[in-house]
Design a protein around this ligand. Structure first.
Ligand code: C5P
Length: 231
């Protein structure tokens, strides 16, 4: 790990648009992307496949530590996620798996097992880190910390649109409930709760377009890190 490589952290609740912003920033700057939520989703999937119950902390921590996962760029530019040799990119994106992820993410031993794996993504030329605790716990010394918010109804709509566009089943009413449940669990858990770092730049994106949010982030990155956009 090169501790001097710059990191831009992007935290916030589900459906707020972190993934879209992070992919865009990663492309603009030519930096790799850490999708930390995928690691929690993969841990939940691997635990369920081993018939573990989702609060079995001593059972799930070694599963998290031993995840055999590869992230490779897919044809559409999005990362393809391969677990134990199987492409699970679609399976882990289901909202039910987001909910399962938030249950295993509340277990301290699971978070501890994934910490170093996340820090190892920090390599030159820099890293875009997407999650809930990127700016507070995983990269507390990040050069730029962004925190996005949006009303819960707006986030449910965004998530609905995203799932439908990917050809996946989605029900808006269920999403509203699941997002509220997940927000409460993520924000109230004892370890690494969802919150903005004291030195984060916070943006309410409820009434903003994706282009507005991207421009806001890029301007801050250019001011703070003197980054160059890939022509
Ligand atoms: O971002 P995503 O929806 O993929 O995250 C799934 C779940 O994983 C979140 O609801 C949260 O509980 C957990 N998570 C976390 N810390 C992170 C990233 C995700 O606790 N850094």
């Amino acid at each position: 790990m090169n501790v001097r490589s710059p990191v831009i952290t992007v935290d916030g609740p589900g459906g707020v648009g972190k993934g879209t912003l992070c992919q865009w920033l990663a492309t603009q700057l030519g930096w790799p992307l850490l999708d930390s939520g995928a690691l929690y989703r993969l841990t939940a999937l691997a635990a369920l496949r081993r018939n573990l119950i989702l609060n079995d902390e001593p059972g799930i921590a070694p599963v998290a530590a031993g995840l055999a996962v590869a992230f490779t760029p897919g044809d559409d530019g999005a990362l393809q996620v391969v677990l134990d040799g199987e492409d699970v990119s679609t399976v882990i994106r289901r909202e039910t798996m987001g909910n399962a992820a938030s249950q295993v993410a509340a277990l301290p031993a699971v978070r501890a097992a994934l910490l170093q794996r996340q820090r190892d993504f920090r390599q030159p030329p820099g890293l875009i880190a997407d999650g809930r605790d990127m700016g507070t716990v995983v990269f507390p010394d990040a050069e730029l910390k962004l925190f996005l918010t949006a009303d819960a109804d707006e986030r449910a709509q965004r998530r609905y649109k995203q799932l439908i566009e990917k050809g996946m089943d989605a029900n808006l009413g269920d999403l509203v409930k699941e997002i509220a449940e997940r927000d409460a669990r993520d924000a109230q858990r004892a370890i690494a709760p969802l919150k903005a770092a004291a030195d984060a730049e916070v943006l309410d994106t409820t009434r903003l377009s994706i282009a507005d949010v991207c421009q806001w982030a890029l301007t801050l990155a250019q001011q703070r890190l003197a980054v160059r956009v890939i022509p």
